[in-house]
Ligand binder design. Structure first.
Ligand SMILES: [Fe+2]
Ligand SMILES: [Fe+2]
Length: 219
C-alpha cells in the first residue's frame, strides 16, 4: 500500500504509470528518488497520492525488481542505450532546423541544439563505460568493493544528466509552443520530451534497481 512514507524510488519501479505521474508533477524519481513521497512532494503529496491511487502494480514481466541482472541489463541496452543512439541525432537535427529558421522569434529555443549536443557528448561515453566496463563486471560477479567505484562514477554522471535535462526544460520554456509553431518545432518538442522521459526511466532502472541491488546483494 502506497502512503506518504513510501519511497519515491520504490513507487517508480513497482507501479505501472507512476513515472508519468511523477513527471506531470515534476517530482524527481531518478537521482532524487531515494526519499519518502511526502519529502519529495511537499504540498503536492495528497494530489500525487490521489493520482497514484488508481494505478496498478507492474506485472511480473514488467517488474524489473523480479528479473535477473542479465535480463535487466539486456533490457537497458536495447530499450534505452540503442534508442538514445537513434534519437539523439534526430533531435539535434530538428533543433538545428528550428533555431536556423525561427531565430528571430522570441519563443525560439535558443541554445537547444548546443545543449543537446553537449548531452550527446556526455551520454555516449557514459553508455560506453557501462557497456564495456560496468555491466560486464556486474555479470561476472566482480568484487563488490571494486564495483562500488564505477557505480559511484555512473551515479554522478546521472546527476549531471539530470541537471542537463532541467536546462532543456528552461530553454524550451517547459515545452510551451507558440501558436504559430510549425510542425518541425512541434515534432522537436515532442521528441525532446520523449528523450527526457526515456532518460529518466533509464536512469531510474540503473540507480534504483540495478546498482542498488548490486551493492546490497554483494554487501
Ligand atoms: Fe545506461
Ligand atoms: Fe547510466
Amino acid at each position: 500500500m502506497i502512503n506518504q512514507n513510501t519511497f519515491v524510488s520504490e513507487i517508480a519501479t513497482q507501479v505501472n504509470g507512476a513515472t508519468q505521474v511523477f513527471r506531470e508533477h515534476q517530482i524527481d524519481f531518478c537521482c532524487g528518488g531515494n526519499r519518502p513521497l511526502a519529502e519529495a512532494c511537499g504540498e503536492k503529496t495528497n494530489l500525487v497520492l490521489e493520482a497514484l491511487e488508481n494505478l496498478k502494480p507492474l506485472s511480473f514481466e514488467d517488474d524489473w525488481n523480479q528479473q535477473t541482472d542479465q535480463a535487466l541489463i539486456e533490457h537497458i541496452l536495447q530499450r534505452f542505450h540503442a534508442k538514445h543512439r537513434r534519437d539523439l541525432p534526430e533531435v539535434i537535427s530538428l533543433a538545428m532546423k528550428v533555431e536556423n529558421v525561427h531565430g528571430a522569434n522570441p519563443d525560439c529555443p535558443h541554445g537547444l541544439c548546443a545543449q543537446l549536443m553537449a548531452m550527446r557528448d556526455e551520454m555516449i561515453p557514459h553508455m560506453e563505460k557501462e557497456e564495456q566496463v560496468l555491466f560486464p563486471a556486474i555479470l561476472e560477479n566482480a568484487d563488490k568493493d571494486w564495483l562500488k567505484n564505477p557505480i559511484r562514477v555512473m551515479e554522478s554522471d546521472h546527476i549531471e544528466l539530470g541537471n542537463q535535462m532541467r536546462k532543456l526544460e528552461e530553454i524550451t520554456h517547459n515545452f510551451q509552443l507558440p501558436p504559430e509553431a510549425c510542425n518541425t518545432w512541434r515534432a522537436l518538442y515532442l521528441n525532446v520530451q520523449i528523450l527526457i522521459h526515456d532518460l529518466m526511466e533509464h536512469v531510474s532502472l540503473e540507480n534504483n534497481i540495478l546498482f542498488k541491488r548490486v551493492i546490497e546483494v554483494k554487501a
